[in-house]
Design a protein around this ligand. Structure first.
Ligand code: ZN
Length: 295
């Protein structure tokens, strides 16, 4: 069975992305969602647009528009992935684009809950994708086409469960699942899976570049990601780039580099299920999959 390809895939992905762009135009740039007149922010410093224009609908313009990074990352994954859980990661990136935009444009508590919840959903879905790719690559391949088959239904069930767990965790972001720590814990889990993948790749005889390249990418993108994440707003004291009028807000840089980091992680795990890769320097898919022993 082959997945959606050619024009069918382009039209499908374009329709999904267009839906999110329209939702952005209709919800973020309009007055459909009310704005918080006196927001308290500990992670961002961007000068509120209402200082210059009291009627502004987007309170933090740069921190809002930079979320397009998540939509572009989602577009790449939706276009490339031939597995259902891979597509779920792409779709969750598109949702993160919309919900994070809504939070930064409106700065209401409700939107902050939605933003944080979807970061959890996104990371949980990436963890599910990683585990499936590393341990059950054949199952991943069997979810390449929407059909009422057991592999597809189980994968769809898991995708739904990651949404439910992420949303429940998000609702408790201020008590049990603190957003900073929980994000780090989920990122650490991905790091462990990445390490397991590198060991598995080594055992399966992958070339040196296939081992070194993911490490270089994770470190070179991961360090700026952490740096930007923990350097904006009033809550960070170790180093702080809080500057309300800066042309590049640290927090919006975090949106962009974290989107790239998700692509790096997806690309690495995609290898193991022979799923569509993102980066052109990558070796062809299937490299790490066991072909002879699994038959
Ligand atoms: Zn943000």
């Amino acid at each position: 069975m082959s997945g959606l390809s050619g024009w069918a895939r382009i039209v499908t992905v374009a329709t999904i992305i267009a839906f999110f762009v329209v939702a952005f135009l209709g919800l973020v740039l309009s007055r459909a969602v009310s704005t918080n007149p006196g927001p308290q922010r500990s992670d961002q410093c961007e000068l509120l647009a209402t200082v210059a224009d009291p009627q502004a609908t987007v309170l933090e313009p740069q921190n809002t528009w930079s979320n397009f990074g998540y939509l572009v990352a989602g577009l790449f994954i939706l276009y490339r992935s031939r597995t259902l859980l891979g597509a779920a990661v792409g779709l969750n990136l598109a949702f993160e684009f919309l919900l994070s935009s809504l939070y930064h444009a409106k700065l209401t508590d409700a939107m902050q809950y939605a933003d944080v919840a979807w970061i959890y959903v996104l990371l949980l879905s990436l963890i599910a994708y990683a585990i499936q790719s590393l341990l059950f690559s054949q199952w991943a391949v069997e979810t390449g086409y929407p059909a009422f088959s057991a592999p597809v239904l189980i994968a769809a069930g898991i995708a739904v469960i990651t949404v439910i767990i992420g949303v429940v965790m998000g609702l408790h972001k201020n008590d049990i699942f603190d957003s900073t720590w929980m994000t780090l814990v989920l990122a650490f889990l991905l790091f462990v899976l990445l390490g397991a993948g590198l060991v598995a790749a080594g055992i399966r005889g992958a070339g040196a570049m296939s081992i070194v390249m993911p490490i270089v990418l994770v470190i070179s993108v991961g360090i700026p990601t952490l740096f930007f994440k923990f350097s904006d707003g009033t809550s960070h004291h170790l180093f702080n780039w809080c500057c309300p009028k800066a042309v590049l807000q640290s927090h919006s840089a975090w949106h962009i580099v974290s989107a790239v980091l998700i692509l790096v992680a997806y690309d690495f795990f995609a290898n193991f299920a022979g799923d569509g890769r993102i980066f052109s320097f990558a070796k062809p898919a299937q490299e790490f999959t066991i072909t002879s022993e699994s038959v």
